[in-house]
Ligand binder design. Structure first.
Ligand code: CNA
Length: 328
């Protein structure tokens, strides 16, 4: 593994390197969030208490319509705010800070990339997230604070049509967000040097098909406990396989890159935020509207000032011209 890591570090050290991540539940298991498919510890092997007809039913939209309780039992356990990002999440953040990150495509719904400080323009939550909530019948939006309040005593229910409300997590049988398709169209046809696939069994499509579409000019890296997907079926000569824990790989990699101190301080910052109960909280719709309003006001103010300046300049010029005429 050491030789492979040294090669990877050498590529990452290049100034203009561009890195795209494709990640899954395995980057969050060290945060205490179980993945789906790991034997014994995975969610699917621990769902017996929910009496599901089959494990995937917990994320099936038709099953949710009939029995939403199973999903909400799980949602209560997984709800963001209780977990701190892993070293791997902070490694993605460091790539952003060092201007090497092109995009991070994630299947995770835990929003830990954002909590680690990866900015919206870099994150593609292919399977949605807990950020917003809608009625499954009439699409009415419920504020997250209201959803959390209702979750304590009942299944969150639409104020308009009494349908069930669920967070905007993509269930089996639902479409992926447009951002996923739009950005992948753009990204798959532009340059990337490294495609790092991590913590995923590459079992859920269309996400699982992305590594196969990565340009052959890029080096694909798999950081996972097991070989999977296109790395198994259609391996490329240039593929780098690091079949280890995601955090362990990152620990070694940052040593080679000289980024350990920066990673340590980010990890400590996260732990402190959890203790102080100050982990990132999703902005509500009202916050977002307020932000847009303030930005519009700021732009209007700048425009007004510019117009005032222009008018002043015109007045001065007119006065100068009139003076010239008077002299003539
Ligand atoms: P998965 O099918 O459970 O696969 C996880 C993969 O990660 C497996 O191959 C494991 O061997 C590997 N793995 C687990 N822990 C580690 C580790 N520490 N280091 C390296 N490898 C590890 O999960 P996928 O993400 O592939 O499946 C896609 C599903 C999972 C998406 O729809 C998600 O919404 C869903 N999911 C998300 C979360 C989350 O948000 N944290 C949790 C559970 C499931």
């Amino acid at each position: 593994m050491d030789e492979k890591l040294q090669k990877l570090a050498a590529v990452l050290k290049r100034d203009s390197v561009s890195v795209t991540f494709f990640v899954g539940a395995g980057i969050s298991t060290s945060c205490g969030i179980p993945d789906f498919r790991s034997p014994k510890t995975g969610l699917y092997s621990n769902l017996k208490k929910l009496n599901l007809p089959y494990p995937e039913a917990v994320f099936d939209i038709d099953y949710f319509r009939k029995s939403p309780k199973a999903f909400y039992t799980l949602a209560d356990e997984l709800y963001p705010g209780k977990f701190v990002p892993s070293k791997f999440h902070y490694f993605v953040r460091l790539c952003q800070d060092k201007k090497k990150l092109k995009r991070c495509y994630t299947q995770n719904i835990d929003t830990l990339e954002r909590i680690a400080g990866v900015r919206d323009e870099y994150v593609v939550e292919a399977h949605g997230s807990f950020a917003k909530n809608h009625c499954i019948d009439c699409d009415w939006e419920m504020e997250t604070s209201e959803l959390k309040r209702q979750m304590k005593s009942q299944i969150p229910t639409c104020a308009k049509c009494k349908g069930y409300v669920k967070p905007d997590i993509v269930f089996f049988g639902e479409a992926l967000p447009a951002k996923f398709f739009d950005l992948w169209d753009e990204d798959s046809s532009s340059k990337t040097d490294l495609a790092i696939v991590a913590g995923t069994s590459l079992a859920v499509y269309p996400f699982a098909g992305l590594p196969a579409e990565v340009s052959t000019k890029a080096t694909r890296v798999l950081i996972n406990r097991e070989k999977c997907g296109d790395f198994e079926r259609n391996p490329r000569k240039s593929d780098v396989l690091l079949l280890e824990s995601c955090d362990l790989v990152v620990e070694k990699l940052v040593q080679l890159l000289g980024w350990e101190k920066e990673l340590d301080s980010l990890v400590k910052e996260g732990e402190r935020a959890l203790k102080e109960n100050a982990l990132y909280v999703h902005p509500t719709e009202k916050d977002l509207e307020e932000k847009v309003k303030k930005e519009a006001e700021a732009i209007a103010k700048v425009e007004r000032e510019e117009e005032k300046k222009e008018n002043q300049q015109i007045d001065e010029l007119t006065e100068t011209l009139q003076n010239i005429k008077v002299k003539d």
